[in-house]
Design a protein around this ligand. Structure first.
Ligand code: HEC
Ligand code: HEC
Ligand code: HEC
Ligand code: HEC
Ligand code: HEC
Length: 365
């Protein structure tokens, strides 16, 4: 374990109220508490030294400034300006193999941070302890960058100027704030769900996720959501949003159903309008590839960067962007189910203006 903290852990502990006990007992309970927190953190993704998120740049020897704020604890300290540098920018390439450590979230600058600006330029205030989470889990693209890339181009014409725009990974904050921060591509004339307020007590990152293990205790969920044993089976409303005639599963199943329909529509459109079949490969950047053998599946020789999809039309790019937004938040059905269903529905609806897509039975929430 590495505690490369410019702020001694003792100072972190001293800043918190549970130390209000007589001296000896105090030292012991503080040590126990610290050990407990370190243990939780070591078990989390944030503390996983071997993860791709912290080793991706090992061959280069440093994490470039554009990536570092979210992929290196010391760079987050730099981004916050807690090292005396300016706020909101990483000044230097950052050390590799540096996790999101105690010091990242526990400088006075991190504690004071409460407002966060998203890729769309929208700033959300009053985030309190969730602000740090929101910085790193906000994604890297928005409605605005997709709109700017496609502006002025005819909807159904292939353009060499277009490339896939990837919202990135772990985009929970972008999805939770949804329409408010324009995380997905918003079709003109439609309105979108803003922040999913859920219920008091389950309405913020750290209300649901332990900040150290990053895990969610689901007993509390099931105490309210009676009659199911798995949180993925939760739903609070009727409505066969994906039009498959089955409302027995959770709202998660409706989102997966819409995703599958959108993927199939994207493939139909690419074949018939862009005249170049496309496949999606979940684990391979940049996700959309030419389906050279036309079998509809990402074959080994297909899911490689040189074969990345390059026959984008504006309409296809927008739909593919929204598809990826839904794919890249596995907790999206909890973070903001209505927003994801709206994005998927509207993308299908838009593609159906150019190719024959069965929209019967689909309900926009
Ligand atoms: C400095 C950037 C940064 C901050 C701050 C941050 N995260 Fe993360 N988070 C990451 C990265 C990077 C990963 C991926 C880690 C991995 O793959 O091992 C991640 C992974 C996660 C995961 C995935 C589950 C897991 O354990 O792998 C959850 C949940 C999560 N973060 C929640 C939070 C919450 C809640 C907060 C605020 C208390 C937060 N994050 C603050 C960068 C950050
Ligand atoms: C705004 C914060 C942010 C920035 C900036 C950022 N990332 Fe990430 N990235 C994340 C988070 C959060 C995750 C982890 C998501 C998870 O596992 O839940 C992640 C995950 C990754 C992963 C692991 C994906 C996987 O499949 O496990 C790679 C690779 C990656 N990012 C590359 C990059 C590169 C390259 C850059 C710079 C060009 C970059 N990131 C910039 C937040 C960011
Ligand atoms: C991803 C951000 C993040 C990381 C990494 C992190 N913490 Fe925290 N920590 C928080 C947040 C947020 C809170 C406050 C939670 C609240 O106010 O609800 C907190 C609270 C605490 C507290 C107060 C007691 C408690 O449990 O609430 C202590 C002590 C603490 N952290 C120590 C540590 C130590 C030691 C590490 C490293 C092993 C660490 N933290 C890593 C975000 C983080
Ligand atoms: C209502 C409770 C709730 C709130 C609020 C919430 N989350 Fe989640 N989050 C969950 C649950 C539950 C999951 C796991 C869903 C699943 O895997 O089926 C999850 C999943 C995630 C994941 C993906 C983990 C993975 O497996 O890759 C990340 C990252 C994440 N949340 C971060 C955040 C951040 C950051 C915030 C605040 C912007 C937040 N969450 C707000 C409950 C919540
Ligand atoms: C205090 C009671 C309560 C708790 C605790 C609670 N929820 Fe909820 N949940 C609700 C209510 C009420 C709604 C409906 C909110 C709305 O639609 O505005 C809801 C909505 C949802 C939805 C969307 C369902 C749909 O049909 O769109 C999901 C998914 C969900 N909750 C999951 C969770 C998870 C996971 C947890 C635990 C991390 C949790 N809830 C904790 C009361 C609760």
């Amino acid at each position: 374990m590495r505690l490369t903290s410019p702020l001694p852990v003792a100072a972190v502990l001293a800043a918190h109220a549970f130390l209000a006990a007589p001296a000896a007992a105090q030292a012991e309970s503080a040590a126990d508490e610290l050990a407990r927190i370190v243990e939780l953190w070591l078990g989390s993704g944030h503390g996983d030294h071997g993860s791709l998120s912290f080793t991706y740049w090992n061959d280069e020897g440093a994490v470039p400034p554009a990536c570092a704020a979210c992929h290196s604890g010391p760079a987050f300290v730099d981004w916050l300006g807690a090292d005396g540098s300016s706020f909101g920018i990483v000044d230097h390439p950052a050390p590799i193999n540096s996790t999101v450590d105690c010091a990242a979230c526990h400088t006075s600058a991190a504690h004071a941070l409460s407002a966060v600006t998203f890729p769309s330029g929208v700033t959300v205030e009053g985030l309190g302890p969730n602000a740090v989470c929101t910085v790193c889990h906000q994604g890297r693209q928005s409605n605005d960058s997709v709109a700017a890339a496609t502006e002025g181009l005819p909807d159904d014409a292939v353009s060499e100027d277009l490339a896939f725009l990837n919202i990135h990974y772990g985009i929970a904050a972008a999805v939770m704030h949804g329409g408010e921060v324009r995380a997905g591509f918003h079709y003109p004339g439609k309105t979108y769900q803003g922040r999913f307020a859920h219920v008091p007590g389950a309405d913020t990152c750290v209300a649901c996720h332990d900040p150290h293990s990053s895990a969610v205790a689901t007993d509390g969920c099931l105490a309210c959501h009676r009659g199911v044993e798995d949180i993925r089976a939760i739903r609070t409303r009727h409505g066969d949003f994906d039009g498959d005639g089955d409302q027995s599963g959770g709202i998660h199943a409706e989102i997966l159903g819409l995703q599958a329909r959108l993927y199939s529509a994207i493939q139909t459109y690419a074949r018939e309008v862009a005249d170049a079949p496309v496949v999606y490969a979940p684990g391979t950047f940049p996700y959309f590839f030419h389906d050279t053998d036309g079998d509809g599946l990402p074959g080994e020789g297909e899911a490689i960067f040189p074969n990345r999809y390059q026959s984008w039309t504006p309409r296809l790019l927008r739909a593919a962007y929204n598809y990826q937004v839904a794919r890249k938040d596995p907790g999206g059905y909890v973070h903001n189910p209505t927003y994801l269903m709206q994005l998927l529905h509207d993308s299908l609806d838009d593609l159906s203006g150019s190719v024959d897509i069965d929209m019967s039975g689909l309900i926009r929430p």
